[in-house]
Design a protein. Sequence first.
Length: 315
Amino acid sequence: MTPVHSVTVQIVTYNSAEDITDCLDAVLKQTYPIDQILVIDNASKDGTADRVSSYIKDLGQPRVQFVPNLSNSGFAPAHNQGIRMTQSDYVLVLNPDVELGAEYVERIVKLMDRHREVGSATGLLLLKSSPDIVDSTGLLMNGIWRAVDRGAGEPATKWGESGEVFGVSGAAAVYRRAMIEEISMQGEFFDEDFFAYKEDVDVAWRANLLGWKAYYCADALATHARGWKKGSRNQQPLAIRRYSYINRYKMIYKNLSGSHWVKHLPKLLAFEIASNAYMLLREPKVLGAWTGFIQQLPELRKKRREIMKGRKSKS
């Protein structure tokens, strides 16, 4: 097919040798032409770099470009690095443990071409281990500002209708370049203060506030292996648990309007007191993340002012 709009796929890897070739195979089988595929490696120690380099050489794939970083810069900085390297109309941010169905890109691009107000979209992500069960159909923000994957753990048959969502999971997210450029702050689409975890939720919230919509495309299919399974929190490194914990507070501080603070403060306080009491008893070391929050507060305050100034939605 002759594409109307260009698409770049970017994959950030870190110790992803087990998954990356299957991921790339699926990208190269897309029915919609992909202009460029970036694999940005964050200093993997498991042979990911050698595997990707061999893959490119053996298959003679000029569209696949390998970008080795000298250190683990994190999800957000590495994807921003990729965004700056390309000029495509659409950017597909893809996890290495995701395998796309052959028409994933084509169906999402067609949808976004029809709806110019849609700045991001995702398909039906299924669990690789149980492909009849949903991994994500987009992001849902609940009343205490905790984001969850919509439909996670439910039968895929329940999610056959496309529609608007709060946001999209960064596991397989298609972003419109025009939105990326409009909502980026200080040259960053993903907030690099987050390093990793919840940066996709932060982007979704910011995009919503600045007038962009997100969409779920039910007939665009993919499978997701998931690096951390449910119930495995205690197996995660302390640094990861700290990012997951504190990034929610960074997100709330930046994006929640003053009127919403006043309206929902009693409910939010009740939850936070209970939640942090639990953390104090069970995972006290995680609370050390507040040191970094306080250090970053001046920068977070600047970002909040910029977002509130451009706000178009009351969400």
